[in-house]
Design a protein around this ligand. Structure first.
Ligand SMILES: C[S@@+](CC[C@H](N)C(=O)[O-])C[C@H]1O[C@@H](n2cnc3c(N)ncnc32)[C@H](O)[C@@H]1O
Length: 257
C-alpha cells in the first residue's frame, strides 16, 4: 500500500537482473518499494547490446585472460536511463572507495542513483572516462560481479531513506553514532542459566540508556577500538569508557576474557 512520495529512484544496470529478484522481494527493501518510498528498477544490460546475439563482452586489447564488458551498451543504457530520469552513475568496483555507513547516509539523501554492475575482468575503461561515476567497493576482495555489491549498498541505503525505518532505530545503530551498537535481549528472561541484565527489566529509562551507552562503548573498545578515535564522545562517555576498560582489563587478568 503506498505510504508516501518517492524519496529515491534506484536503477540497476546488470547482465543478471534475475539475481535481484529474491533479495528485493523480502524484508525492508520490499516494504520501502510497496510503501512507494523507493522506486527500484533493474535493467538488463543486454537490452542495449546490438546484433542478433546481443553480445556484451569482448576480448581484452593487448592480450591476456578473460573478457571485458563492452562500452557501447553501457554508454547507450546510461544515456537513455538518465534522459528518462535515472540518477547519477555509481560503479561497483573493488578499486573504488570503501563503502561505509557515512557513504550510505549521503546516498540516502540523493534523489536518484544508477548502479552499474561489472562482470568478467571489469568494464571497458572508457565508461569511467566518459561518465566519471562514483566508484564504490564493498571491501578488499574480488567478487565475480557487481550485483552482490550493489545489493549490499542498496540495502544499506534504503533503510536510511526517510520514512523507511523509525528514525530512532536508525540513529542508534552501529556506525551511525560512530560506535558499534550494544547487545540486545528478548524473552525468555533466563536461558540455560544466562540471565538478561537486571537493568533492562528495571523500567528505569535513564539507567537503561546509560547501560546501553556503556555496552556500546565496551563492544567498540573490544571489537573495533580504532573507531573510538573518530567518535564524538562526551565527558560522561569518557568516564564510562575508562570504567569499561578497567573492567575488561580486570576480566582478562582473571582469565574470563
Ligand atoms: C571479477 S571482478 C573484476 C576485478 C578486476 N579485474 C580487478 O582486478 O580489479 C568483476 C566485477 O565484479 C565487481 N566487483 C568485484 N569485487 C568487488 C568489490 N569488492 N566491490 C564492488 N564490486 C566488486 C565489479 O563490478 C567488477 O567489475
Amino acid at each position: 500500500m503506498p505510504g508516501g512520495a518517492v524519496q529515491v529512484r534506484i536503477d540497476v544496470l546488470t547482465l543478471f537482473p534475475g539475481m535481484f529478484g529474491t533479495p528485493f522481494a523480502e524484508g525492508i527493501v520490499r516494504k520501502a518499494v510497496e510503501d512507494g518510498l523507493v522506486d527500484l528498477r533493474t535493467h538488463p544490460l543486454r537490452h542495449w547490446a546490438e546484433g542478433r546475439h546481443a553480445v556484451t563482452d569482448d576480448y581484452v586489447f593487448g592480450g591476456g585472460p578473460g573478457m571485458v564488458l563492452r562500452a557501447e551498451p553501457v554508454f547507450a543504457a546510461v544515456r537513455q536511463l538518465q534522459s528518462e530520469g535515472a540518477g547519477r552513475l555509481i560503479l561497483l568496483t573493488p578499486q573504488g572507495r570503501r563503502f561505509d555507513q557515512a557513504v550510505a547516509e549521503r546516498l540516502a539523501g540523493e534523489e536518484g542513483l544508477l548502479f552499474l554492475c561489472g562482470r568478467y575482468e571489469g568494464i571497458d575503461e572508457r565508461v569511467r572516462l566518459a561518465f566519471r561515476p562514483e566508484e564504490l567497493s564493498l571491501g578488499d576482495f574480488v567478487l565475480s560481479g557487481g550485483e552482490i555489491a550493489a545489493m549490499a549498498v542498496i540495502d544499506a541505503v534504503v533503510r536510511l531513506v526517510p520514512g523507511v525505518l523509525e528514525a530512532e532505530a536508525v540513529a542508534a545503530e552501529s556506525f551511525s553514532t560512530g560506535l558499534l551498537e550494544g547487545p540486545h535481549y528478548t524473552r525468555p528472561r533466563v536461558l540455560e542459566g544466562l540471565a538478561v541484565p537486571e537493568v533492562l527489566l528495571s523500567g528505569d529509562h535513564a539507567a537503561i540508556r546509560r547501560w546501553r551507552r556503556r555496552e556500546a562503548l565496551r563492544r567498540t573498545w573490544r571489537n573495533r577500538p580504532e573507531l573510538l578515535a573518530g567518535a564524538a564522545l562526551t565527558a560522561a562517555d569518557r568516564v564510562l569508557l575508562s570504567e569499561v576498560i578497567f573492567e575488561e582489563s580486570q576480566r582478562s587478568r582473571e582469565g574470563e576474557g
